[in-house]
Every structure is written in structure tokens, then in C-alpha cells.
Write a protein that binds this ligand. Sequence first.
Ligand code: XUL
Length: 574
Amino acid sequence: MSTPTPLYIGFDLSTQQLKALVVNSSLKVIHTSIFDFDADSHGFPIKKGVQFNEAEHEVFAPVALWLQALDGVLEGLKSQGLDFSRVKGISGAGQQHGSVYWGREAEKMLQGLDAGRGLEEQLSGAFSHPFSPNWQDSSTQRECDEFDGVLGSREELARVTGSKAHHRFTGPQIMRFQRKHPDVYEKTERISLVSSFLASLLLGRIAPFDISDVCGMNLWDIKKGEYHEELLKLCAGSFGPEDLKRKLGPVPEDGGFHLGMIDRYYVDRYGFSPDCAVIPSTGDNPATILALPLRPSDAMVSLGTSTTFLMSTPSYKPDPATHFFNHPTTPGLYMFMLCYKNGGLAREYVRNAINEKQGNPSSSAPGGPWANFDKTTLATPPMGQKLDSDPMKLGLFFPRPEIVPNLPAGQWRFTYSPSTNTLTETEDGWDHPTDEARAIVESQLLSLRLRSRGLTESPSVGIPAQPRRVYLVGGGSKNRAIAKVAGEVLGGIDGVYKLDVGDNACALGAAYKAVWGLEREPGQTFEGLIGQRWREEEFIEKIADGYQPEVFERYGLAVEGFEKMERAVLGQKQ
Ligand code: XUL
């Protein structure tokens, strides 16, 4: 009998669920198991995976919930008949920025797990604090102001750590925690990120941070590859930076590093092989760029409730409006990220207004409830310009307060004439809500083009800088009208593609990271190994043309008007 081929697990510990994806060495998905926090957990007063303290703008998750979920998701794989003994390696993705506070007995409890009893029962007492602050938390304005100020400016903080201070970033969160709960902080032996917490459970000891996810803390000096002393000092307050550094632990540089073998608990309880290796888990956004062999000039746009734009790039050009992280696998590369609060929800408002006016499309219409929105978008010329001499229609549509740029909820409509460089705030000439279908898609894409333009390169002489390919993932990637406009606005010399992995991109990226960590030849990059095994025809689909010179140039003029419009609106709010 031939030896069974190896399998790899990628976990995704996100806000609302824990998912496990099992792949083989050819990158094919064999099993998927999901533990949905609201639907499948018992004993936690959660809503969409989290709890709230609205008075203080706190959002947090009970850590014991995740213990219950890990056994639950493994039980799910067991009931599907997974032969755990074939699993050679595991990695994971965790919601970024969240922190877990371990008590003094944690290591002992992790090392003494009994396979006859569940993780929740045995580890609920391992934490000095039972909750993990969540990335949706916004309780840290005071701490953010201090972080932004301590090195002289937000620009300088962004230059050092890759981002200006953000409410959700772990440094400001830890700082507030140590102020609010000094006794608990004092009794905290170690602090994990959600990603390293997951790896710790699997290893049976506290795992180090991942080289990419550590950049979501506002504490890591990216260029120097070490914690920034002054930021540690600020964060730790009277407890001092040395104690905090010890609580945070070391950070191995290699994203494919073997942390060690899976804990005995999983061998005895589920039948894992004692030789199954644990590879560092990373953040969910860094894991997303590992769902395909993304090349440095490719862009990924994740069109979910919010919009994220991800690029892998050799250029480090930090700015307070954007994020830079170390690349999760490839030294010398960085992950560039834009993170918007308004994405799918904002488009849905316009879609509903259009359906109200035009009548709901039949449920069998291609595009479903989006049929009218799509038709209207495609029937409207770029920027609503019927004639070249017409002014461009540009707008901002934020049903929720936005981070990029930092503006309260609101809607603003303008016209812009590039020939005279005239920008006017007006609703004259706007046909509501018809003109808004194309305008909202353009508005979201123009913002991406504006903020990524310093990172793209010219593909060949005479062709303007742009991404090579644009990959769309997430719910909105099904929408062909958005794909078409994405190609027109962003370009993409090789076209616009859909990565057909549904909501699985981060778990898949984590599983691929495990494959790479275990099967790489010495010196072989992630992109090299995954690129060799990647079956393009099966995994992606070209859904729209990319670069079209005339319209790309026209949107180039629109970007200038768009930038002016943002500045005008920001000016009104000051
Ligand atoms: C990124 C961020 C979110 C979470 C979602 O900075 O806060 O995308 O990672 O889990």
C-alpha cells in the first residue's frame, strides 16, 4: 500500500466564526469545517461573536468561546471522516489586533492538557482577563493621541511602525488595559495576539508573534526589526518597558518557522500524528494575500461589508492614511493595506434606492437584487459625462463614519471640470439615485487608485503605472459591473480576475502557508512554491478587461478632482 499523501490545515479565527480548511500538497481543498460563534456556541452572551460596553466604546470577545470553538471545529472534521494522522502541518489566520492576557499558571495548564476533557473546561482559568479586545473597539482615543504624539507626529509613528495610531491597534489597547486594570496587568504573565493565541493552543505552550501580525500593534519598528523602546515605554506606563517586552515575547523572522510539534492533547483526542508541525499563524489580512501567488505588482480588492485593498510590494512608503506590514512569508516584501469601513453596505443603500425607483428585480434575474444596480452602472458613462465637455460627477457616500479619509457619516456630491480645474459642491445635474450607482463604485475605486498610485509601476515603456492584475475577492466579486469599472479605474495590464474561494481566502492562505513551511526547498519562496503548484485555470477566472488607455487616462483626471473633493470635505469638517 502506498503511503497516504500529506494534508495541511489552515484555521481562520475571525470575529464571527472559527473555520478549518484542509488541503493537500496540490493545494486542493479536501474538507471545510465551520464553528459559527452565534449559532454553534453555548454559554456566551455574544452578538456577531462579540460583547459590547457601549458607554466606553468597548468591543470584546470572551476567550473561552474560542476554546469551545477549537474543539468544535475539530469535532466537525472528525465527523467528516478526516484522517488526522495525515495532517503534516498547521497554520492559521487570526483577526488582527486583538490581544489575549495569560495568567501565571497558563504555561503549566497548557502543558498538562488531558485528552479526555475539553479545552474550555481545562483552560478557561488560564487567563488573567477573560476577554480579548476586538478590532471593532474604539475606546482608545486618549491612548492614540499619546501614541501619535510620542515620536513627534503621526507621520513619524507611521514611518516607524507602518501605521499611525488606530483605536484597534494592540499598543494603544494594551496601554488602556494597563491603566484600567493595573492589578490584572501586573498578574499577566504573557500577552498573545489572536493569531499567536491560536498557535499557542495547538502547541501546548505560548507561541511567539508572527512577523507580519506584530506590525498591527504600533509597537514594532519595521525597518529595525525590533520593538521600539520609546513606544514600549509609553505603552507600559509605570510597569516599565522591560516587563512589557517579556510579556510580548520574541518574534521569529521566518514566517515558515517550525514552532514545534502539535500538543499531545490533539494526538490522543483526535488522532493527529505526533510529528504534525505548527507553523506561525498570521493576521487574517496577511493570510489573505497568501491565498494565491500574488506578485509584487498585483492588487487584491476584498469587497465585503468593508473594503480592503492589499498589495505585496518591495516599496516601503508609509503614510498616516495607509498601513504597511511585513510580508507574512517573504523577507524584503511588505504588505500594503487600505482598510475602509464603508464598502458593501454603502453600495447596498444605493442599490435599494434604485430598486425602490425601478421595482425589485425578479429573484431569478442574473445578479439577483443587484440586477438594476448593475444595469444602471453599465448604462451610465464614466463620471456621468455624456459629452467630454460635461463636468464629471464625483461623490462621497459614507453611511458609516469613514477612516480613509477620516470623516463622519454623510454624503457629498460635486462636479469637477478638469479643463478649468473647477470643483463645485452641487447636486445640479445629478439624477437621483440613478447617477449614484456608477458614482459610488467609482468613488470607492478612485480612492484606491489615489492611495496606491505611489506603489504601482509602469509595466512597459509608454504605459502608465498600474497593477499587473487586479484580483477581486469577497461578496462583491460576483458583481460583474463592479469588476468592469474596477478595470477601467484601476487598470491592470493583465486584466481583472475573480478568486473563487468565497469567504475562504484567509483560511486558504493559512493552509498554503503550512504547505510552504513544510514542503519548501532551502531558500524557496512562498510565491515560488505556490506558483509552481497553482492551477490558474481552476482557481481564478478573468472577469473583466483591465487597462483601457483612453478611459484609464480619463480616470487619471478624475483622481485629481477626487483628491480635491476629499480635501474640500475634510476642510469643512475642521
Ligand atoms: C485590519 C482589521 C480587520 C480585522 C478583521 O486592520 O482591523 O480587517 O483584521 O478581522
